[in-house]
Write a protein that binds this ligand. Sequence first.
Ligand SMILES: Cc1ncc(COP(=O)(O)O)c(C=O)c1O
Length: 484
Amino acid sequence: MKEEQAECGRLPSLLHEIGLELEKYQRFEHADALEKASIWRSALDRPLPEKGIGIDELKKEIAEILIPNGSQIPRAGCTSYITTGATTSSVLATLTASVASPQRIGLTAFNYLEELSLDWMAHMFELPSNMKGVYSSGGSVANIVAIGAARQWAFEQIGLDPSRDGIVKATRIYATDATHHTIQRAAAVLGLGRRSVQIVASDSMGRMLPEVLHKQIEADKSTGIVPVAVVGNAGTTSTGAIDKLAELGSVAKDQGIWFHIDGAYGLPGILDSRVRDLYKGLDMADSIIVDPHKWLGAPVGIGATYVRDRSILHRAFTQEVSDYLEGSLTHTQAQHSMDELGIPYFDFGVELSAPARGTVVWAIIREIGKNGLKERICRHNSMARMVAEAACAHPNLELVQEPTLSICCFRYVDERCTDLNQLNRDIHRRLVHNGTNIPSTAMVAGKLAIRPCFIGARTTWQHAQALVDEVLKVGKELVEENQK
Ligand SMILES: Cc1ncc(COP(=O)(O)O)c(C=O)c1O
């Protein structure tokens, strides 16, 4: 059959069949992917096919070889890292946009949602009313875009254009050792160098000490270094701590430095009234990032950067005028969806071609509303608190750090064990291999902690309780095994 004909009419039945397989996958009744690795590897490991297998055989391979050997991350009991399975509405929106709006350009309903959804998030997370956003692939790129804006601003203050002419002076970015290392990479990508990231001392919760920050900036300025940004965290990756944003913002403002807030994970936490006050100082930020593919439950590939004035993004990321497209858009009054490119997001960041991610964020918010998200966030924060209470109450558990948001760092303790870090590392490995409750670990002030991060839409109180129970069971087993 000709390709043009084969492409028509098959989508509904194929989607239905794949949908059933994905639904089955989410019940996690199958073995872990690694158990049958030799089987699926040999099934996939073929030479470049000269002749295609056709859509029906392909669907069979997707259903039989790929789906049952997927990731544990969508599992409700998987609380590792800060990552989760996509919710149904977001999967639907991703699929729909990939078919009907494969780019975010043109005047279409999908592309209208790009700005609308960014504005909805800004409103929901109480960002300053003049902040405008741009989507990218996730926190890594969102941080590059934000630090790119900071770099542009810092150099413009001294009459230079770093995106046009490059970097001619040593620079500094101020962060803590709890700051996500994508800030270091952003510094590298933007030509500032990873070494330009100055680690500022923090308190026992991992929050930057404003007085130390102040002294460090003064010292750097006296040597001619250009301060580019102060980076505050609204939810660190290891523990979920929130910097004293208002205090850091004041130092940054007094010193005339760009104030960036990394809220990739934790910004949605502002919806929980119990912690809302910790976000005071958001209004002082020059840039803020948030990742819908974290707490909002979007499929991986969606981050957002907000700045006060998107013209700085344009100056920082413009590709400058090209010959290959300019001639095609001569209309002043749009009469067709392809007459206008719409908002030039492609000049506000590092991507030209990009999916219509706003559709996904719109679908998530439209489905459950601000109240639904608030309920999810409060539930997850409460689950972390519940684990903390359990850790405080049980003689074989220790709370390593009080939770701020939905991360709880705790560990198993037993006086018969001399190396608690190793014991907790072993507990963690056994939990992963058992495969029901899968947290991460984090080093907190020298203690290796078991670290669940509750963000999954399908994760329930029972999963939090089951994790605590399993840590206790496995800890006891391991200590007894080591005694033999
Ligand atoms: C606070 C923070 N910032 C940035 C990132 C990077 O995000 P991404 O993995 O989406 O690139 C993460 C990832 O966990 C994070 O926790």
